[in-house]
Design a protein around this ligand. Structure first.
Ligand SMILES: Nc1ncnc2[nH]cnc12
Ligand SMILES: [Zn+2]
Length: 335
């Protein structure tokens, strides 16, 4: 294995941008469809892969929401999480902050408690089996309205001690962060962390809104912030963590070619960029694959790879005491 690929495998990593519903591999989709007697419009894994030919975010989301219908029982959510953590362990992920989309499930009659109990069971198993720590981030679907977000927020209230924060995902353009300012203010009052997808397909203005109206602690994607020099300078000055997802960016045509991915430009501009997998079952790889693909395409140095891993801990919602051993390990991996 070339040096850099080995280094990448060995790096302890935190994954900060991972939609648990986006880890549903085709094989599991078929198994759960059978188990729960749910119709899906595919007959084979090959047919599924052929359908994963996206030209934009919405193309992907249409399939992603359809596939999520196979998740019904608590055990399904647990199995999904366990399968993700098994993969993450192989990539030396030691900590993961995972998104879940409760509205995708509650809107089709699956109780919130079924979803969260299943995920928490998977997280517990990951801790025992792999010593991976993890936290949950509840995402509001931005194509739905503010009332629906507030209903979800209230549904989640009894679980606030098991959720580290709230996020904002789904179709971006036409659904600005401003729509969710009040529910994010309520989350802030409840001492939850706040993150939001912005600047994936949406303009730099959405990143401004995420900062100024949602008061985010972390920016998911943020690619288009680079179009605004002052905004880029501000993100660097405020040490805002960007959760960047290279294979997703390529699959959804946020970047036309991985060779043009801006990851090293982000680092050069002082941004606290991190590497993550977003929806690995749909975009061709898990976190290690993302590191390796972008490192190769952009000829990243060992130092850059270590910086990216270091940023993942600095940008996590772990406390200083928890991240210190990981930072020490990373420091020892440089010559
Ligand atoms: N990349 C992404 N952007 C927005 N919403 C999502 N939901 C799952 N993956 C997403
Ligand atoms: Zn995402």
């Amino acid at each position: 294995m070339p040096d850099i690929a080995k280094l990448i495998t060995d790096l302890p990593k935190a994954e900060l941008h991972l939609h648990i519903e986006g880890t549903l591999e085709p094989q599991m989709m078929f198994a759960l469809a059978r188990r729960n007697k749910i119709d899906i419009p595919f007959r084979s894994v090959e047919e599924v892969h052929a359908a994963y030919n996206f030209t934009n975010l919405q193309d992907f989301l249409n399939i992603y929401y359809m596939a999520a219908n196979v998740l019904v029982e608590e055990e399904d959510f647990r199995d999904l999480a366990v399968a993700y953590f098994d993969r993450a362990a192989a990539d030396n992920v030691v900590h993961a902050e995972i998104f879940f989309d409760p509205q995708t499930h509650t809107d089709r009659g699956i109780p919130f408690d079924v979803v969260i109990n299943g995920l928490l069971a998977g997280m517990k198993e990951a801790r025992e089996k792999h010593r991976i720590t993890s936290k949950l981030i509840l995402c509001f679907l931005r194509h739905l309205d503010e009332d629906a977000a507030f209903q979800t927020f209230r549904m989640a209230e009894p679980w606030f001690d098991r959720i580290v924060g709230v996020g904002l995902d789904s179709s971006e353009v036409g659904y600005p962060p401003s729509k969710f300012a009040r529910v994010f203010a309520a989350a802030g009052k409840a001492r939850l962390k706040r993150v939001a997808h912005a600047g994936e397909e949406g303009p730099p203005e959405y990143v401004h809104q995420a900062l100024d109206l949602l008061h985010i602690d972390r920016l998911d994607h943020g690619n288009r912030a680079l179009e605004d020099t002052e905004l880029t300078t501000r993100l660097a000055r405020e040490a805002m963590t960007l959760t960047v997802c290279p294979l997703s960016n390529h699959k959804l045509q946020v970047v036309n070619d991985l060779h043009n991915h801006p990851i090293d430009r982000m680092l050069a501009r002082g941004l606290r960029a991190t590497i993550n997998s977003d929806d690995p079952a749909y975009f061709g790889g898990y976190i290690g694959d993302n590191y390796r693909a972008v490192a190769k395409a952009r000829n990243l140095s060992r130092e850059a790879c270590v910086t990216l891993a270091r940023n993942s801990f600095l940008g996590s919602f772990l406390d200083d005491q928890e991240i210190t051993p990981h930072l020490q390990k990373l420091a020892s991996m440089l010559p």
